[in-house]
Design a protein around this ligand. Structure first.
Ligand code: HEC
Ligand code: HEC
Length: 776
């Protein structure tokens, strides 16, 4: 397209995504000064006319009620207050102020209204800088509270205290903490059956369990049968503030300025805080403890294969539902992460920490869905969180990356991943490599420029960004696009990548070129769309790449898992990369250099290519002129993003496949289409042959499906298109167990171990389901 069109498009995208917020943004910035002046003026009117009866501090006297923290006042709008002041209530001792000039009445009404508004909207006299000094110094508030990533996560995060609390609520909490205990921070002392005592906050509590946060910030998931006694301490952990009225005033001024986390990296000074309460080092992701599921695929190599074997082919028939955890979102695609008995799950712009044994909630973080998005992101698709250090990471629908504190669940930092508004969304589970967090974006079917981006996990400071499309002359791959630089031409990055420690390489798949089916302005191979990229994780530099579908016109995102396996292959020890592509071919690479070792189709219905040449390029099929448009469009989505697994025992690679074709071009073929068929297939990685398959009966309604989990128990778990969660024998594929969820499953299963017991969990519809063996 020409650059005029491009500008137009950009303008369009911009107005779509940002413009609705602009007026409000501008207003609040310009308006803030005027509002401040109005309130200041009102405060003066108050001092001169009202303070004698209502008190200089607005907290009331013997003559008149308090105006701050007064529900009667909070209920009234500014206009209602103004009318009340004009008329007064002379019989009750409140004079009428009809004689005050209109301007002053307006000002004092606004001021009285603001007293019951969040502290951040009120005029609070005092020296905020001195308050900050007190908070971090003499007051030792940072010993229990976090603000903008600094301090301790023991007590509630105060980064947004100013917009959450009124001034009087703040003062009450500080002066009388025992009377205002924040929900979830009730102190308890628990005596356990083994005689041990634990003291901490009851972050979650039911008749059957207690989710305790001890005073070191460590979670203990306690079940009622372990508990002898729970003694409730009626006191807050926080001591009543012992300070001068000036110090209290200054502290209030400081707290009232805390209005939450603005997008952008943390300032280094802020991030430079005490040692975190709970640390989850990278070594625990690189080499996970047996019970943990520490990253999206369980392991950084992307092979959804677990060494756990307590649940195995001899007992899997006894598997039973242990708990469900509902979410206010349908069509969950998220994989839970589990560490130390706590499970972290996500949905559309929300994350939860839950007790992995019971599903009870410990904390929740959520924000509203963003309006005006496109694609999967607009549906609220989210594939899970990442864990590292003292944080949990997740993306939002509008392509922000969030870091939440793992103990409080509060936002610590937030960054906007795109540089400028385009059709960006994000649905990905972020990946941790070393001390960085890496994520990608969606939106490739609507026009955007794909990238993978890497941030420091501590601060959100960007380390590198790898654009998947060349932008200007001289950029690698620009010659594969024709005349115009492919600025909005797709190459999305919405599937979590994989990482190989030994070669220190990051592998990431890219999506289709855009416009998907209109290639008039993009002759050539269209690099680096539909590729797997091998990147240097420290710099984002490209080491090698492979393009599965050059010059794609059929929406063949290569966003299927790049699975890393070390094994003896064709007689040689090899570091492999396995990938079953949407284009219908299975590929085996030597991942140290990208050498192609095997290609083979795993479908019957592949018409676009007769094979893949030794050079990796498809041998395009020449179809007879009589071939219908539908025959020309085979396959449809042969495979998709959901998880796959390789079992070292069987040397088979397991995945769900779809035998289907789609109509290409605009003219319907008029022929009755062969019905879509779905097969669970096991592929020999040595030959590419299908070793066994399970046809999936019932209508193929949704073109998305659940992923696969293989375990050392000899089992392959998967969700079938009609909503059964199934366990089959990894050797022959005979079904051992199933559970009917009766919803189209879209998520991939995982397994974990807590308290010496193995569980299997998967999302279906709007719930997470957790299965385990009956207790002995
Ligand atoms: C002479 C004392 C006096 C002065 C001066 C005075 N008030 Fe009052 N005000 C009262 C009393 C007494 C009441 C309680 C009336 C009632 O019980 O209905 C009251 C009630 C109010 C209420 C309603 C509170 C409630 O709980 O419903 C507001 C708001 C209020 N005053 C604002 C002001 C403002 C603003 C000024 C200055 C412009 C002011 N007052 C000046 C005595 C005073
Ligand atoms: C020994 C730990 C500790 C210290 C020190 C401490 N607090 Fe707290 N604070 C807590 C805990 C725990 C809570 C939640 C329970 C409660 O509301 O009492 C809390 C609650 C609060 C709240 C209410 C938060 C909400 O979300 O409802 C505020 C505001 C607050 N503290 C401010 C301060 C300030 C300011 C200081 C320093 C002068 C301070 N705290 C010192 C432990 C502490």
């Amino acid at each position: 397209m020409d650059s005029g069109t491009l500008r137009l498009l950009r303008g369009f995208c911009f107005s779509l995504l940002i413009a609705p917020f602009l007026p409000a943004l501008l207003l609040s910035q310009n308006g803030q000064g005027a509002q401040q002046a109005l309130l200041q003026n009102g405060s003066n009117v108050y001092t001169n006319n009202c303070s004698g009866c209502h008190g200089a501090d607005t907290l009331g006297t013997d003559h008149a009620p308090k105006l701050t923290g007064n529900p009667n006042v909070r209920r009234r709008s500014v206009e209602q207050l103004r009318s009340f002041l004009e008329a007064g209530a002379p019989a009750a001792g409140m004079p009428a102020f009809a004689s005050l000039p209109a301007q002053r009445l307006d000002a004092v009404a606004a001021y009285v209204n603001s007293l019951n508004a969040p502290a951040s909207q009120a005029i609070i006299p005092g020296d905020a800088a001195a308050g900050s000094e007190f908070f971090w110094g003499k007051g030792n508030c940072g010993g229990c509270h976090m603000v903008h990533g600094r301090g301790s996560a023991k007590g509630p995060d105060l980064s947004d205290a100013g917009s959450r609390m009124t001034l009087s609520e703040m003062k009450n909490v500080l002066l009388h903490p025992d009377e205002h205990i924040t929900a979830g921070y009730e102190l308890v002392t628990v005596t356990l059956r083994d005689g041990k005592e634990l003291k901490g906050f009851a972050r979650g509590r039911t008749n059957f369990g207690l989710q305790l946060q001890d005073l070191d910030g460590v979670f203990h998931m306690l079940q009622s049968r372990e508990i002898v006694r729970v003694a409730e301490d009626k006191h807050s952990l926080m001591k009543p503030l012992d300070a001068t009225s000036d110090q209290i005033q200054n502290l209030s001024a400081y707290l009232s300025q805390l209005t939450g986390i603005e997008p952008g990296p943390l300032k280094v000074a802020d991030a430079d805080s005490a040692a975190p309460l709970e640390d989850f080092p990278f070594s625990r992701i690189l080499d996970p403890r047996p019970g943990d599921w520490a990253t999206y695929n369980g392991q950084l190599n992307g092979n959804r294969y677990s060494d756990l074997k307590q649940i195995n082919i001899s007992n899997v028939r006894d598997l039973a539902l242990k708990w469900i955890f509902p979410m206010p979102h349908f069509g969950l695609e998220s994989t839970p992460v589990v560490a130390d008995g706590v499970m972290y799950v996500s949905g559309n712009n929300q994350a939860y920490a839950i007790d992995a044994l019971t599903g009870s909630q410990i904390w929740k973080y959520s924000r509203q869905p963003t309006k005006g998005l496109v694609g999967d992101a607009s549906l609220g698709t989210n594939r899970g969180v990442a864990i590292y250090g003292d944080k949990i990471f997740m993306v939002t629908d509008n392509a922000h990356l969030l870091a939440l504190n793992r103990v409080t669940g509060s936002l610590v930092w937030e960054v906007i991943m795109p540089e400028e508004p385009e059709h960006y969304g994000s649905t990905i589970s972020p990946l941790i490599v070393n001390d960085t967090v890496i994520a990608g974006v969606s939106g490739g079917d609507w026009g955007m420029r794909g990238f993978i981006v890497c941030y420091k996990a501590d601060t959100g400071e960007m380390v590198w960004r790898h654009w998947t499309l060349p932008a200007k002359r001289g950029d690698p791959g620009i010659e594969t696009w024709g005349k115009e630089p492919p600025l909005l031409a797709g190459g999305s990055t919405w599937l979590t990548g994989t990482y190989d420690k030994e070669t220190d390489t990051l592998f990431w798949a890219t999506g289709n070129p855009w416009p998907d089916r209109d290639d008039r302005n993009r002759p050539g191979d269209n690099l680096f769309t539909d590729c797997v990229l091998a990147l240097n994780p420290h710099t984002g530099e490209l080491k090698w790449y492979f393009q599965f579908t050059p010059h794609d016109t059929e929406d063949r995102d290569a966003t299927e898992p790049p699975v890393l396996v070390d094994t003896v292959y064709h007689g040689k020890p090899r570091k492999l990369l396995l990938h079953a592509d949407r284009n219908g071919f299975f590929y085996v690479f030597d991942r140290t250099n990208g050498e192609l070792l095997l290609t083979k189709t795993f479908l019957h219905r592949v018409n676009w290519a007769t094979g893949i040449g030794a050079d990796g390029r498809p041998k395009l099929a020449v179809l007879p002129p009589s071939a219908s448009n539908r025959e020309r469009g085979c396959p449809d989505n042969a495979a998709n993003w959901s998880s796959t697994a390789f079992s070292p025992t069987t040397r088979l690679y397991y995945l769900m496949t779809l035998e289907d074709c789609h109509e290409i071009g605009s003219r319907p073929s008029g022929q009755s289409a062969e019905p879509s068929e779905r097969y669970m297939r096991a592929i020999s990685i040595d030959t590419g042959e299908v070793a066994w398959e399970i046809p999936q009966r019932g209508p193929v309604i949704l073109k998305t499906w659940s992923g696969v989990l293989a375990t050392a128990g000899g089992i392959v778990f998967y969700g079938d298109p009609n909503g059964a969660f199934v366990a089959v024998d990894e050797r022959k594929g005979n079904t051992l167990w199933h559970f009917d969820t009766n919803v189209g499953m879209k998520a991939s299963p995982m397994t974990f171990m807590v308290d010496g017991k193995q569980f299997v969990a998967v999302a279906a519809g709007s719930v997470f389901l957790c299965f385990g063996l009956p207790s002995p």
